[in-house]
Design a binder for this molecule. Structure first.
Ligand SMILES: [Zn+2]
Length: 151
């Protein structure tokens, strides 16, 4: 972080604040060279570790497109997908970690997706949890039935 006044590369952090949404960090800094003060805003980074071991930055768009595939032909709007992606991001960021496994993101998707659309949920869960047999579907459907009965 270079000083905006003299371009000196080093500064001292004198105050750190996390914004209400928890995603951005505001830092008050003092330049070690010219002693002038400036603020920076940083987005807390979140890295996704894929099953292959490769990593990539967390992206709501990726979640929207992944879940969107499961929602094809279902009465689910882009707005609802955007809200779901935001819920997922909030869930995974609550843990305060900077790295998360793709598997855990899948888990975080299942819950809000079940609330959103049960058919899309079954499709997503069948791919994500790799259902192998009809019994896997029966079990998942049974769980959904129990839930709607208890509502
Ligand atoms: Zn400076």
């Amino acid at each position: 972080m270079h000083c905006p006044f003299c371009r000196h590369p080093d500064s001292r952090v004198i105050d750190t604040r996390t914004s209400d949404d928890g995603f951005t960090i505001r830092r008050r800094r003092e330049c070690l060279e010219c002693k002038r003060r400036f603020s920076t805003t940083e987005t807390a980074s979140l890295t996704v570790i894929k099953r292959s071991g490769a990593s990539e930055p967390f992206s709501r768009e990726k979640i929207m497109s992944g879940v969107g595939k499961a929602c094809q032909g279902r009465p689910v709007t882009e707005d609802q997908l955007a809200v779901l992606a935001q819920q997922v991001e909030e869930t995974v960021r609550q843990n305060g970690v900077s790295q998360i496994e793709a598997h855990d993101i899948g888990l975080a998707i299942l819950e809000p997706l079940r609330e959103l659309d049960q058919i899309a949920y079954l499709r997503f869960a069948s791919v994500y949890s790799s259902f192998d047999t009809l019994e896997d579907f029966e079990r998942a459907i049974g769980e959904l039935r129990q839930e709607s009965a208890s509502k």
